[in-house]
Structures are given as structure tokens and as C-alpha cells.
Design a protein around this ligand. Structure first.
Ligand code: PEP
Ligand code: MN
Length: 345
């Protein structure tokens, strides 16, 4: 259920409704929007909050029964787009963002070399895994906390906020401490205990679509995070499994306008994992911006042939710079622009 407040509802009126909802044994989620506040109700025994009582509270415009399973992620709860600040870089605003960096943090020198390319190339955010979910237990698993320390150094040096993955509940507190944005990867999209823990974290979450997840499943996973009180969620399309074998995954760009229709959350696209082939990263980046993505997340390596993971999809820093320029050009066509990077201090 969703309680929509009048545009001019006073804070104390909102507070009174929240108190009523909580007295009834539910959790209330006030969601301020550009024009009005909505209050989402979760938990408790669904259906037993009495809409007629709520409708009579001063300042309440209407009470909507939400027919689908997700609530807080939906545009009914919040008609205007959510903008998530990642270390001062807005994701979901008019300015698109380009996130770049290696699949995995390998060494300080490697990470610095790539970060320099991302900053000079016009990227706004830096990515890199310190904890890597690998298909084989014998593959490079990431540097762990040492990798997080490297990321923190690179953030200071280049003024690039960092996005890095938490692969389990164990590493989440450390990742939360170091990162500007906690990534939850495709393999963990339905790791519900990790989603709930990320929902209690105080950093934004980048939630990647599972490799066979439907749109509704993706939104419900985001709902898990938001239901715990963390409303700073960014969704990411990264390709799904199909019969096609010319690419690693099939990048499902049609999910971008589909999400935008029903959810207010920002959406990024990852054309690197989405294709697995470096020669397809530029065209699919351009296409991502054309279909309305709020930005792209790209794997970059200065020596892709030496990369410890995902070398075949890594592009060189100079190609990254060209992609940033092209995304900017496409953004202009759809009435947007490239967001300037944070000024170096
Ligand atoms: C990654 O971004 O490094 C990653 C492992 O991606 P995904 O979870 O989409 O496979
Ligand atoms: Mn990767």
C-alpha cells in the first residue's frame, strides 16, 4: 500500500501518518518527491492496514493499493527520477556518467595507470574488484582488503569516487567502509541476506541484473535493499544468457526503457560483461545512452593481454576516452549531456 500526501502536506501531518502505520505493526517509508511525499508501507500482515482510516488523516491525498509485488522501487511511489550521489557524482540526473576501471584490482601500479586513463578520458567514477566472484576456484580471487586500500589511494590521487563489489556478507562491512558505492554482482542478485545487509549499509548500492533474471526479479531485489531503508540504489543491465554464442552474454538494452517506465531508479549498462568482446564495447555503449541509460560501466586495462581477469573484454584507456566522447555526442541527441568529472584537488 502507498499513501500519497497532498503537495502541501506539513511535516507533522506526514509524521502522524508514519506513526499510525508503525502503531499498526508495519514499516513506513516516507519517500519525498519533487511535488509530494508518498509513504510506502511494508512488513506486517499485508492488507490489514485500513485504507479508510489512513485516508482520513489530514494531508493525505489518496491511498493506493499497489497491485504488483514491488512498491518502493515503483514510479507510483515516486514519479520523479531518483538521483543517487556516489561520492559527489550524481547518477540519474540529466548528466550521464561513465564508470571505468579494471575488472580486478591487481597492483597499485596497474590501478594507478588505469585510473589516470579514466580521469584523463573524462570518466566520473572508477570501478575495480577487490573481491572477485570467479567461476573457477583456481582463478584470481582478488586482493581483498589490500585491493580496497589501493582503491582508496587512487580515489585520493585522482578524485575518482569508487565502485567495488561485495561478494558476501563477510566482506560487506569492509567494502562499505572503503567504497563510495557497493556493487552487488549478477551472481548475487538474489542473495537475499546480502541484499538485506546492503539495505542497512550507508553507502549507495549498484545492483547488477542476474544472468537469467526477469525485470520483475531485478526490481524485487532492489526492493529488498530499499525495504531495509537504503533508497540509494542504481540498477545495472549486464547481459543475460541466451543461445547466442557470438557474445559472452546478450545485452538486453530493451530493459532500460522498460525499467524507466515503471521505476524511478537510475539505470546503468555494462557493455563489457554484456558482450565479453572488446570490439563490441563502443557500439553497445553508444546504444546504451541512446536507449536512455543514465550511464555506462566499462572495463578498462592498460595491458589487457596481462589482465588477471576478463582481459578479452577490456579496452585500452585511449579507446575509453573515445567512448566517453561518443557517449557525450549521443547524450546531446537525447537531450542530455556528459556530466563533468569532479575537479581534481
Ligand atoms: C564485475 O562487474 O566485475 C562483475 C563480476 O560483473 P557481473 O556481476 O555482472 O558478472
Ligand atoms: Mn569483469
Amino acid at each position: 500500500m502507498l499513501i500519497v500526501m497532498e503537495a502541501g502536506a506539513k511535516p507533522e501531518q506526514i509524521e502522524a501518518v508514519v506513526r499510525h502505520v508503525e502503531r499498526m505493526g508495519f514499516k513506513a517509508h516516507p519517500i519525498p518527491g519533487a511535488h509530494r511525499t508518498a509513504i510506502g508501507i511494508t512488513g506486517g500482515r499485508q492488507g490489514s492496514a485500513d485504507p479508510e482510516v489512513l485516508e482520513n488523516y489530514p494531508g493525505v491525498k489518496e491511498v493506493i493499493r499497489v497491485s504488483h509485488a514491488y512498491k518502493l522501487v515503483s514510479r507510483e511511489a515516486k514519479p520523479d527520477d531518483t538521483v543517487v550521489s556516489v561520492g559527489g557524482v550524481d547518477v540519474g540526473a540529466n548528466g550521464i556518467v561513465v564508470v571505468g576501471g579494471p575488472c580486478a584490482v591487481e597492483t597499485l601500479d596497474q590501478t594507478r595507470a588505469i585510473a589516470e586513463g579514466i580521469k584523463n578520458g573524462g570518466g566520473q567514477l572508477f570501478r575495480g574488484g577487490a573481491y572477485k566472484p570467479r567461476t573457477s576456484p583456481y582463478s584470481f580471487q582478488g586482493l581483498g582488503e589490500k585491493g580496497l586500500e589501493i582503491l582508496a589511494r587512487v580515489r585520493e590521487e585522482f578524485d575518482l569516487p569508487i565502485v567495488t563489489e561485495a561478494i558476501d556478507n563477510e566482506c560487506l562491512p569492509l567494502v562499505e567502509q572503503y567504497a563510495d558505492c557497493i556493487q552487488i554482482g549478477a551472481r548475487n542478485m538474489q542473495n537475499f541476506s546480502l541484499l538485506k545487509a546492503a539495505g542497512r549499509a550507508r553507502k549507495p548500492v549498484l545492483l547488477k541484473r542476474g544472468m537469467s533474471a526477469t525485470l520483475e526479479e531485478l526490481l524485487l531485489s532492489a526492493e529488498y535493499i530499499m525495504a531495509e531503508g537504503n533508497y540509494n540504489v542504481i540498477l545495472c543491465e549486464r547481459g543475460v544468457r541466451t543461445f547466442a554464442d557470438h557474445t559472452r552474454n546478450t545485452l538486453d538494452l530493451s530493459i532500460v526503457p522498460a525499467i524507466k517506465r515503471i521505476s524511478h531508479l537510475p539505470v546503468l549498462v555494462d557493455p563489457s560483461h554484456g558482450t565479453g568482446k572488446r570490439n563490441k564495447v563502443a557500439p553497445m555503449s553508444r546504444a546504451s545512452i541512446a536507449v536512455g541509460a543514465d550511464g555506462v560501466l566499462i572495463e578498462v586495462h592498460h595491458k589487457p593481454e596481462e589482465a588477471l581477469s576478463d582481459g578479452p573484454q577490456a579496452i585500452l584507456p585511449e579507446v575509453f576516452a573515445q567512448i566517453v566522447r561518443e557517449c557525450d555526442a549521443i547524450a546531446q541527441v537525447v537531450g542530455r549531456s556528459l556530466q563533468p568529472a569532479l575537479a581534481a584537488s
